[in-house]
Design a binder for this molecule. Structure first.
Ligand SMILES: Nc1ncnc2c1ncn2[C@@H]1O[C@H](COP(=O)(O)OP(=O)(O)O)[C@@H](O)[C@H]1O
Ligand SMILES: [Mg+2]
Length: 309
């Protein structure tokens, strides 16, 4: 998985509790140690990168270590930012009376279901487009799979939507005005450009990759299989898999022996079903993971040249 640090955007996804935050943090640390300027972004509303690095992280990048910043995306904060941007944009386009009316509508829209997701999408899109040029690599610690896959499909849906909006705007002004000078059309065209760039970077195997984290158990295996299908369908490159919390080889303890035998069955199944993807095993550590020291150990494991194909 060492080559992954040469990408620009990495996602770590998988079922709840399998080790997404742990692996994303360790990979971000590894890349920063290799000299990349890294931003670790948590999009899971149940943020835990701050627990991992044992310090507060907020909705704007904070420096955690040399070459490593952290950011925990906050839905409410992004909605406010989004609303402010839209209002500012409208104030440059329209007169006072329309602005007042529009502001009311915008505030209403911002409180509707889905508004927060829109705002999150907008921020994530800006990050993926590389808007913040302080960073070489952005590592996303994502929310459990379903939520993330929906987000990945959004540029496609939004493009269609904005294209339709542009068309109806064109029809509306077509006869009376010069299209090229219409501020609404200019703004829609700019959004469309942003979405195209977002999608192009997301789908470029050179730029972006999705790492699936799982443990050797039934449900995570099935969820991983579904995620692979959906990512392939969306055209997103799978960078590899981390099989986390693999038990030590032998133990005299009968309970651990039984666990180990059971695990072996699932490990075999993983090898069989996912053989076309790069895979790496990370052992169950004697204690849970937090703090830079344990992360360093994991960073080494993740970037060792032992990924299986
Ligand atoms: N290889 C490992 N060995 C021991 N504990 C681990 C390992 N990987 C993760 N953990 C622990 O498992 C728990 C869940 O991990 P986390 O990364 O928060 O999962 P997720 O982000 O997928 O919900 C955490 O308490 C973490 O410290
Ligand atoms: Mg997590």
């Amino acid at each position: 998985m060492r080559s992954l640090i040469e990408k620009k955007v990495l996602f770590f996804g998988g079922k709840g509790g399998v080790g997404k935050t742990t692996c994303a943090s360790a990979m971000a640390l590894a890349a920063s140690r290799a000299g990349k300027r890294v931003l670790l972004v948590s999009t899971d509303p149940a943020h835990s990168t701050s627990d991992m690095f044992e310090r507060p992280i907020g909705p704007e990048p904070v420096q955690l270590l040399p070459n490593l910043h952290g950011l925990e995306i906050d839905g409410a904060f992004e909605t406010q930012r989004y609303v402010k941007n839209v209002k500012e944009q409208i104030s440059t386009l329209f007169g006072h009376q329309i602005q007042k009316e529009a502001a009311k509508q915008i505030d209403l829209a911002a409180s509707m279901p889905g508004a927060e997701e829109m705002a999150l999408f907008d921020r994530i899109g800006a990050l993926i487009r590389g808007e913040d040029d302080r960073f070489d690599l952005i590592v996303f610690d994502t929310a459990p799979t379903g939520h993330t896959l929906r987000l990945i499909r959004m540029p496609e849906l939004m493009e269609a939507w904005i294209r339709a909006l542009s068309k109806s705007r064109q029809a509306m002004i077509g006869i009376q005005r010069d299209e090229a000078a219409d501020p609404v059309l200019i703004s829609l065209t700019e959004r469309l450009e942003h979405l195209r760039e977002f999608r192009a970077r997301l789908l470029s195997p050179r730029i972006s990759a999705f790492v699936l984290v799982l443990v050797a158990e039934r449900l995570p295996i099935e969820e991983t299989a579904r995620a692979i299908e959906q990512l392939a369908d969306a055209g997103v490159t799978i960078g590899g898999m981390v099989i986390n919390r693999v038990l030590p080889e032998t133990s005299p303890d009968p309970f651990l022996c039984a666990r180990h035998d059971q695990e072996q069955v699932y490990l075999d199944e993983i090898e069989r079903r996912f053989k076309s993807h790069a895979r790496i095993r990370v052992p169950q550590l004697p204690s849970d993971v937090h703090g830079v020291k344990t992360l360093e150990h994991l960073a080494e494991l993740l970037t060792a040249e032992t990924a299986l194909r």
